[in-house]
Design a protein around this ligand. Structure first.
Ligand SMILES: [Zn+2]
Length: 450
């Protein structure tokens, strides 16, 4: 190869692990092969990124694209397109709310077949962790799941049973042997169940009644219990969508004691408050619920202190008809996979001066390192040629027609953003540019390097 590349991105500011770098970056055969100022040589394609920041494309560790089986909610086609429009090059899809749920190899392979055909960007899959499929963990590991997902409380999907304590213990012992992490949706099952039943029996179904039925203690109590299981079993534990600063503190203290635990949070816990949810209505219903401003302020402090490992979208759409009704009764879940990076640029970088390199770690590098995805997650020689080109000062107001979701629904419609993704490149191929999807599906399956 005599300096003949597939792609050179020139004149951009690269967001690298060791800081910002004004440099050119070259891709050959899908990989980054050179990073230098005024890179010599030519390429089949040259992109002039003058004035742009070049991020590693994001990896969303937590989405529900519902394909196969609930494609009237979202599909891998629409979900992966939305992800790319937000600077995403990869995602890890949850074992629910697709149908059937990803509880064995057969169902894993059914989802894989859809993704191989339809996914615009790269993908990994979570395996389900339930009382009914404890004997299927080995085959799911062989399929290449990136980890397992459990619910401490009712999941909302009958087929996906909550993990009781026996299942949690035995399952975590199995995962420790397999070397795969467990992610847990931490809300106390009995308290949420009984407070919800009480509210319903008293016909208390408003947004505030919903918050009261899922108070912070339900998460805090459950996080500390899950940490105990992790300590005893040596299973790697990831707390899903952590919503309270107190629970983050418990995770940090446990990690400082040497326990292998970390936490993910979701953009909406950093951006929205309970008052916003009250104003917006059911479009902003999720569980655990969005908390108050005092908690949010503490969440930012913990994030700035590097206590939160990664920020995902928990993109969890549904048929909008399921959001029609009394707050306590309607389906919970927020559509957000297209807006995580622009939201972090707006609220983390511009509003709170979080360094761009930290945003790249939270949305890309840390996710790939935790799940041991080789060759993805940063701009460095030998890594995949994955990039999101960002106009850091471009302001826009999110409109329904901007969204690639199946249903043009988001709590952020009408909100102002500062920081826009202009182009997304997956392994050297542009998949999204200037508001349009410009590639056929080229996503590939990602498996952990165990
Ligand atoms: Zn989720």
């Amino acid at each position: 190869m005599s300096n003949r590349y597939d792609l050179i991105i020139r004149n951009g500011i690269l967001v690298c692990p060791d800081g910002l770098k004004q440099a050119d970056v070259a891709v050959y055969d899908e990989k980054i092969v050179a990073i230098a100022q005024d890179l010599s040589g030519d390429a089949k394609e040259t992109i002039d990124a003058t004035g742009k920041y070049v991020f590693p494309g994001t990896t969303d560790g937590h989405v529900h694209f519902n394909d196969p089986g609930r494609t009237e909610w979202e599909t891998i086609t629409t979900g992966s397109s939305a992800l790319a429009a937000g600077g995403g090059v990869a995602y890890f899809d949850m074992p629910l709310n697709c149908s059937p749920c990803t509880l064995d190899a057969k169902n894993f392979n059914a989802k894989l077949a859809v993704a191989q055909k339809d996914s615009l960007v790269d993908y990994g899959f979570w395996g389900g962790f339930t009382p009914k499929n404890l004997d299927k963990f080995d085959e799911l590991a062989e399929c290449g799941v990136i980890g397992f997902k459990a619910f401490s409380c009712n999941s909302g999907i009958d087929e996906f049973e909550r993990a009781d304590d026996y299942t949690t213990l035995v399952g975590m012992e199995k995962l420790a042997k397999l070397g795969l992490p467990l992610m847990v949706h931490c809300e106390n099952a009995e308290i949420t169940r009984d407070l919800t039943a009480l509210a319903l029996s008293n016909n208390k179904t408003t947004v505030r009644d919903y918050f009261a039925a899922r108070p912070p203690i339900t998460e805090i109590e459950n996080v500390s219990r899950m940490i105990s299981f992790a300590e005893e079993t040596s299973c790697k534990l990831i707390i899903a969508h952590i919503s309270t600063a107190k629970a983050v503190e418990l995770v940090t203290q446990a990690r400082n004691r040497g326990i292998d635990v970390c936490c993910e949070t979701i953009g909406h816990y950093l951006i929205l408050t309970d008052d916003d949810v009250e104003r917006m209505g059911t479009v902003a219903k999720c569980s655990p619920p969005i908390r108050d401003i005092a908690n949010q302020t503490k969440m930012w402090a913990r994030l700035l202190n590097s206590e939160i490992a990664f920020v995902s979208s928990d993109h969890s759409p549904c048929d909008p008809k399921l959001k029609d009704g009394e707050f306590l009764k309607v389906w919970g879940g927020i559509s957000a996979c297209q807006t995580t990076l622009p939201a972090m640029l707006t609220h983390a970088y511009h509003d709170r001066k979080v360094p761009l390199g930290d945003i790249a770690k939270l949305t890309s590098q840390n996710v790939n390192e935790i799940f041991r995805i080789q060759g993805k997650g940063k701009i460095a020689v030998g890594y995949d040629g994955d990039f999101a080109l960002v106009d850091l000062d471009k302001e826009f107001i999110l409109q329904p027609e901007d969204l690639f979701y199946k249903h043009k629904v988001s709590p952020y419609l009408g909100d102002s953003f500062r920081g826009s993704v202009t182009q997304t490149i997956l392994r050297g191929t542009t998949v999204f540019k200037d508001g349009k999807i410009v590639s056929k599906p080229i996503g590939r399956h990602l498996r952990p390097n165990l």
